[in-house]
Structures are given as C-alpha cells and as structure tokens.
Write a protein that binds this ligand. Structure first.
Ligand SMILES: NC(=O)c1ccc[n+]([C@@H]2O[C@H](COP(=O)([O-])OP(=O)(O)OC[C@H]3O[C@@H](n4cnc5c(N)ncnc54)[C@H](OP(=O)(O)O)[C@@H]3O)[C@@H](O)[C@H]2O)c1
Length: 290
C-alpha cells in the first residue's frame, strides 16, 4: 500500500472523525488514536507515538469546541486547539507525514448580508475558542509546508453521541419536545460532515497544493432555517420558533454571520440536498422511523 495511505486520526470519536473514518474506509488504512494512547499535550509522548506508527498522513479533528467551554478553560483550549496542532506541524516536518488540520468559520467577524468569507478574508477572533483555533491556522503554515488547513462551518451528521447543536435539537424533537426556540440571526454554511469528509479525501488523493481551503456545502442558512428544515424533513410535530440569539445566556462575544465560500475549490452540493440525505439516513438508522 502507498505509504501516504497509512494514517492516523486524532479526534476519531467526534463528528468529523467519524465521517473521516467512513469516507476513507476503502483503499486507505486509517486508525483513530484513542485518547488514552498518548497525552497529546506532551510533545515527547506525541513524538514517541508518531515515530512508532510512522503514518504517511495525520488528520487532526480533535478540538475543545464550544465558545462557553473555551471561555471557562482558555488554557485547555490553547493546549488542545493551538499548541497540539503546532506540535503536529513540527513533527510533520521532522517525520515527513502530511498534516490535515481542521479549523472554523468562528474566527471571522460578521460579514455583509448575502456575502461569505473566503480564504483571503481577514479573521478577527472574538473569543477564546476563535483565538485558539486561529492560533493554529497561523502557526501550522509557518511551521510546515506539508499541511492542509481546512476551515469548516456548522456541521450536521451522524455521531456516536448527540452532543452538538443540530443533533441535540433533533434529539429533543424526536423525544416529543413541542417547541424548539432557535436563533434566526446566526447564519452559516450548514455542511454535512459526510460531504466534507468525501471532499477531504478528494483533496488528498488529487494532491491539491498544500495550504488553506474553505470546505462547505453551498448556500447559507440561519440556525433556525436549518433546524426547521430538518424537523420538517423528518416529519416531526415540533414547532421551531425563530428567536434572536441574544435571549440565550452565553459567555464571550461571538460572531453571528459567518458563511464560508472558497476561491480555490468548488462548493459542495447545496446544503438542503445534503440535509435531505442526512435526514433519510437518520430515519433509516432508526428503522424507518424518525
Ligand atoms: N462541528 C461543527 O459544527 C464544526 C464547525 C466548524 C468547525 N469545526 C471543526 O471541525 C473539527 C472537528 O470538530 P467535530 O465537530 O468533529 O468535534 P467533536 O465532535 O466535538 O469531536 C471533537 C473530538 O475531540 C476530542 N476531544 C474533545 N475534548 C477533548 C479534550 N478535553 N482533550 C482532548 N481531546 C478532546 C474527542 O476525540 P477523541 O476522544 O477521539 O480524541 C472528540 O470526539 C474541529 O477542528 C472543529 O473546530 C466543527
């Protein structure tokens, strides 16, 4: 097997990690690193693991996600979201593997209505999460030329546990919640983690030039529009009410309008088509019932 086709995934239990394992299942040999295998905040332990494994490629989908969580633990956010990817970049140079790292639209300020942030838009991180992610976006290309930094927008997709926004909303609707109140002023490019992972595979297999790419389904939507559409596609009774995000208590300042577009690669299919497929899979996984 081609050496580059042997690789490791950090964050394999997460939403994107799960999608990556699925998208690279055939023709590749990717192994998800268990969190007990190495203290990823310790560079020597990381070097020992990577030296023993000799991966051709390393995917970093590990993250301390969530603005509130990072405001409460900015040191942990820095260690996992900034320093760990920087160590991976240093080790990519030292050991010769390709690094694929994931970033976020949360580093950007609000953009004008209807516009979207591209790879050349100027970031303005407003909180500890955005700052910790932007730190890695800057450090990785400064350290190694062998890296892809792929910025993503709000993801929906299968995940072992429904800990993230979209899946949490759907779980509540599935359990008969009569009403969900969802922010109508938070706008992004909703993306299906399975579509994103398939595009990651294309980028890697086609040996696209290393560097920064925005990867998102086409179009933009508010969180309200996203959840409303999913609930409708699943045939659930729950009423989804549009509300301003200011009614939800939150730590840290945050951007609200951050859709992504790419000036380097084509957009994925429209988010509505991707959401319809996700909802079909969601139903099928539950024996045809939502
Ligand atoms: N989900 C979204 O809406 C979204 C939007 C924009 C960008 N992104 C980006 O996409 C990437 C993947 O995100 P995701 O949605 O797949 O995240 P996720 O589902 O929350 O998974 C993150 C993974 O990180 C690891 N992790 C969590 N807490 C940790 C801790 N305290 N210490 C060490 N590891 C920890 C866990 O994996 P292990 O236990 O397997 O190591 C976890 O499964 C991130 O770079 C994120 O910034 C996601």
């Amino acid at each position: 097997m081609d050496a580059i086709r042997n690789g490791l995934i950090f964050g394999g239990t997460g939403k994107l990690g799960t999608a990556l394992s699925r998208a690279f299942a055939d023709g590749w040999n990717l192994r998800a690193v268990e969190s007990t295998e190495a203290d990823i905040t310790d560079k020597a332990a990381l070097r020992a693991l990577l030296t023993a494994e000799r991966p051709g490629i390393v995917f970093n989908a590990k993250v301390i996600g969530g603005v509130d969580a990072c405001e409460q633990a900015p040191g942990l956010a820095y260690r996992v979201n900034t320093r760990f990817p920087a160590h991976l970049a240093e080790l990519s140079l030292e050991l010769g593997f390709t690094l694929v790292h994931f970033s976020t639209d949360a580093i950007f300020p609000d953009c004008a209505p209807g516009a979207a942030h591209t790879e050349s838009s100027v970031p303005a991180p407003l909180n500890a999460y955005a700052l910790s992610k932007y730190g890695a976006d800057c450090l990785i290309p400064a350290i190694t030329p062998r890296a892809y930094v792929l910025r993503l927008s709000v993801q929906f997709g299968e995940r072992p546990a429904a800990t993230q926004f979209v899946e949490r909303m759907l779980e509540q609707a599935l359990h008969g919640a009569p009403l969900l109140r969802v922010a109508a002023d938070v706008v992004s490019s909703p993306s299906y983690s399975q579509d994103v992972a398939a595009r990651v595979r294309q980028i890697v297999e086609q040996s696209a030039p290393f560097g920064l790419y925005h990867v998102a389904n086409a179009g933009q939507a508010s969180l309200h529009e996203l959840v409303f559409t999913a609930v409708k596609l699943l045939g659930l009774e729950t009423r989804v009410e549009p509300v301003p995000s200011a009614i939800f208590p939150a730590l840290g300042r945050r951007s609200r309008v951050t859709p992504l577009a790419s000036e380097k690669i084509s957009a994925l299919r429209p988010w509505q088509e991707a959401l319809a497929d996700f909802c079909r899979e969601f139903k099928a996984a539950r024996g045809g019932r939502p």
